[in-house]
Ligand binder design. Structure first.
Ligand code: KE4
Length: 428
């Protein structure tokens, strides 16, 4: 356990409150759900990050998933510098966009056409607009506990009743907007069937995290994704796989390859930008050709396809095209999972370690987590205490029970053993 001095982070957080709402630029970073003080990070190196007080942490947040090659990867840093020296943005087509598009399509052949944007939120909100235009319908279905970015249409909570009309989950979201989002429990095909029965020929699309990551890692139960594919086909609705997080995390080809389900549209982000802001949506050509200027569905962006993100993404996917990369990442992910399960058995703790590929969550829950209702039973205080203990052992986990942790290619055997030692000490 390291006696951590975080004085400078505390000073900066104090100052930040007078500049940024809540002192941060994205809520989960404020560490509110883990009762701790956010750390101000100055640099990353491989599997590690360093805070302003000079403390080193083994990083399992990895910027919420993008840094599958670890921090400050030499090849990525070099290509960003080289690209920047030729200009950072032109607001015009560049050859780099075509190369990244081809590389993404190599991993995701369901994406016959692709549009690059600058965040996962832009990707998902654009995919929904496109689905509504293609089907000429307004209602969408999402799942409780899934997060698709902060567009109004997604900031919706389940109301009462089975086919739950969405209710605003944030001030500022008009009821008229929220009412067009229908909510079902994750892994509950019967609930989805009932919604289609209640809203015949009115549902434009289902959007789903094909492996949920935003309530913690919750895999689809047998037949769930196949059932969604069947229901959307039977009801002439589109199936949108939000693979912003699962892309390159549950499998190099995402959940659509892992589970062999072909969605109509896919959204991506995070990994495909190599750590530089990016998002993408794509799918069947007949659908994507509705996007302006090919078609009438407006979608635009100053920095869409910008050279820095394209270059970093190209270099990242070039490295990810090597099968040896995946063998090593899978081996480390397996080593971590088996190590944690062994510790839980030794301590006779019945917590739930849920992982797919290189994303994982340790739920402080007595029973398997299959949806938001079961995830919400997890003991948040126990997770918060575990999180704080792990920080003291120099391991930086997601500052929320309801998030995923991630590995990178820089998490070697030594890092996994360090992590397991910290877990052994922190699970008290
Ligand atoms: P961004 O707009 O944050 O790039 O992507 C939104 C998004 C869309 N879809 C899925 C499945 C996502 O996980 C995300 C963003 N993930 C969160 C982590 N849970 C980003 C972290 C944050 O909001 O600070």
């Amino acid at each position: 356990m390291q006696s951590r001095n975080i004085t400078r982070s505390e000073e900066l957080f104090q100052e930040a409150q007078s500049l940024l709402p809540g002192g941060v630029n994205s809520p989960v970073r404020a560490f509110r759900s883990v009762g701790s003080q956010p750390l101000f990070i100055t640099r990353g190196e491989g599997a590690y990050v360093f805070d302003v007080d000079g403390n080193r942490y083994l990083d399992y947040v990895l910027s919420w998933g993008p840094l599958i090659l670890g921090h400050a990867n030499d090849a990525i840093s070099r290509v960003i510098c080289e690209t920047a020296q030729k200009g950072t943005s032109f607001g015009a087509p560049s050859p780099l966009e075509l190369e990244l598009a081809r590389r993404v399509m190599g991993f995701y052949p369901s994406m016959e056409r692709i549009r690059f944007v600058n965040s996962g939120t832009e990707a998902t909100m654009s995919a929904i607009r496109l689905a509504r235009a293609y089907t000429n319908r307004d209602f969408i279905i999402k799942f409780e506990g899934c997060y698709h970015g902060h567009a109004d249409i997604f900031l919706v909570q389940a109301g009462s009743g089975v086919a739950t009309l969405g209710l605003p989950d944030s001030p500022g979201v008009p009821a008229a907007t929220a009412n067009l989002t229908l909510i079902a429990p994750y892994n509950d095909l019967e609930a989805v069937k009932k919604i289609f029965q209640k809203y015949p020929q009115q549902i434009a699309a289902i959007i789903v995290e094909p492996v949920a990551g935003n309530m913690g890692v919750v895999p689809p139960v047998e037949g769930f994704l196949e059932g969604l594919r069947k229901l959307t086909e039977e009801n002439s609705a589109l199936l949108i796989f939000d693979e912003v997080m699962t892309g390159f995390r549950v499998h190099c080809g995402g959940a659509q390859t892992l589970y062999n389900i072909k969605p109509d549209l896919t959204t991506l982000g995070k990994v495909i930008g190599g750590g530089v802001p990016v998002g993408a949506f794509g799918g069947r050509q007949e659908i994507m050709d509705l996007i302006a200027p090919a078609g009438p569905v407006y979608q635009a962006g100053t920095f869409s396809g910008n050279p820095l993100a394209m270059a970093a993404g190209i270099e990242t996917l070039r490295i990810l095209e090597n099968p040896v990369f995946w063998e090593k990442l899978e081996a480390r992910s397996k080593q971590l999972k088996e190590g944690v399960l062994s510790i839980l058995r030794k301590k006779a703790l019945h917590y739930q370690l849920q992982s797919v590929g290189s994303m994982f969550t340790l739920f402080f829950a007595e029973n398997p987590v299959t949806n938001w209702a079961t995830a919400s039973l997890a003991n948040r205080e126990k997770y918060a205490q575990f999180f704080r203990n792990m920080l003291d052992y120099g391991v930086y986990l997601a500052p929320s029970q309801f998030e995923a942790g991630f590995l990178s290619s820089m998490h070697g055997e030594h890092e996994i053993l360090l992590t397991l030692e910290a877990i052994e000490q922190s699970l008290v």
